[in-house]
Design a protein around this ligand. Structure first.
Ligand code: PNS
Length: 165
């Protein structure tokens, strides 16, 4: 499939989606005609996920329902192969801090080596989300911390329910 510069992929594990992810997805949806949120579906990766892929899809679908040009899909291949399959010319990710930069530089080099025709585009995190990551939210929820405003409401409810058990 020829690559289309109007299609972008926003990839991630999204375990679960946070308001920081949503910020990047929303900003991407204003830049591209079609944004495909690509949820990693590798059960063996990073010791597994708290939420199943179906739950993660539902959270992302619910949170992006107001964005008509955003689609939600899963992938279990290399990210660049998924982007090629979808005809996406860009992979859009958020960058929060220097710590993200090192990891993302590595991912960028690896992806670019596999598929030089696909560009990675980085959006700087909005300051209010620059500290936010899914693992931090899960840790807060585990110990009864306040997670309101960090994740969509439906996600907050499920997190409290799942982690308090
Ligand atoms: O930080 P995340 O959410 O776990 O990132 C997931 C993803 C897919 C964006 C990141 O692992 C990446 O950029 N991977 C590129 C290498 C690849 O294709 N790996 C296979 C899919 S995990």
């Amino acid at each position: 499939m020829p690559l289309d510069n109007r299609i972008a992929i926003c990839p991630g594990t999204f375990d679960p989606i946070t308001n920081g992810h949503l910020d990047v997805i929303g900003r991407s949806s204003a830049m591209y005609d079609t944004v495909i949120v690509a949820i990693v579906n590798h059960p063996w990766r990073k010791g597994g996920t708290l939420f199943t892929v179906q739950e993660r899809i539902e959270f992302v679908r619910g949170a992006t329902a107001e964005l008509p040009n955003v689609e939600v899909e899963t992938f279990s291949t290399l990210l660049v192969d998924f982007a090629r399959e979808k005809g996406a010319m860009a992979i859009v990710k958020g960058l929060r801090a220097i710590s993200d930069f090192e990891y993302e530089l590595e991912m960028h080099q690896l992806n670019r080596r596999q598929a030089p025709e696909i560009e990675s585009v980085y959006l700087m995190a909005s300051p209010k989300y620059s500290f936010l990551r899914s693992s931090g939210v899960k840790e807060l929820a585990t110990f009864g911390g306040d997670i309101d405003g960090l994740v969509p409401e439906a996600v907050a409810r499920h997190l409290k329910d799942r982690l308090r058990r």
